[in-house]
Design a protein around this ligand. Sequence first.
Ligand code: SF4
Length: 345
Amino acid sequence: MTAVSTEKDAAKPASGEPLVVVENLVKHFPIQKGLLKRTVGQVRAVDGVSFTINKGETVGLVGESGSGKSTVARLILRLMKPTSGRVDFGGQDMATIGTKQLRPLRQDIQMVFQDPFSSINPRMTIANAISEPLVTHKLITSTSGRRARVGELLELVGLSPNDMDKYPHQFSGGQAQRIGIARALATNPQLIVADEAVSSLDVSVQAQVLNLLRRLQRELGVSYLFIGHDLNVVRYISDKVCVMYMGQIVESGPADDLMSNPQHPYTEALVGAIASAEYTADRGHGRVVARGEIPSPSNPPKGCRFHTRCPFAFDRCKVDEPALLQVGTDRLAACHLREKMEVSA
Ligand code: SF4
């Protein structure tokens, strides 16, 4: 991700007014065995996650595969119900709201998927694919009105309205992702959840799509929850980043700040892995490398979940789970190391 610098510093309309407040969100999936489907354990996919997305803001959720970030997205979209916790959207709890009240809220939260081709029916014209949410939510009833709206949306994402009668296979991957974004924008949503939305694209196309998302945010004031595994990509588009490990947020804070001065060893390992130019790495202990594989979420390590891979783990880390505590003014980190260093200083 080196080609994404052109719009980085442009002003954004984040208002500081909360749009989504996620509070202590938990999702455990039962592990069932045998004919009687006896529950023999739980996969703790999301385990006490809290964060806020303000209006006009982008929050990035980053972590390895299996860290629980896509499950958080599905819970916010109410594609599944949480085990416990709240997802407050415009004063209503998405986690418990009834189906009837949920329907109008669905217009306000849309999704952009990783693979644009799999999210668009190959037998539909682009006009029909983009206008599908308008039909579902009965927003524009006339065909001519829908075609006019599709034309507007195609222009908004940098495509030609003349292409609306083409089929998905006639577009490149980057163009197809633009179509996916146009479709997500059709209902004028307040929040777009982008789950690995540029991961399948070439680096130069990634840059174009990220810049498009930033421009649309400036023009429309839409908020994004941007989910990815590449910290550089997530950092580029996000105001605030939450780092997830084994179902929990281990660190969060303003994107540039978190990247240049990580406070949690796992974040340090992610940052070190991409060899960021401004990351000095040598904070007296050299570059941090997470050892081994991510443990099974059905049997997370006791104490700090990262202790089996952390080069700084000490006795307390194996028994005492660190709380997510404030570091400075607007950072949070869950690590005993800071306290240990303060005691020994
Ligand atoms: Fe490493 Fe201990 Fe901090 Fe966990 S609490 S990240 S094991 S130092």
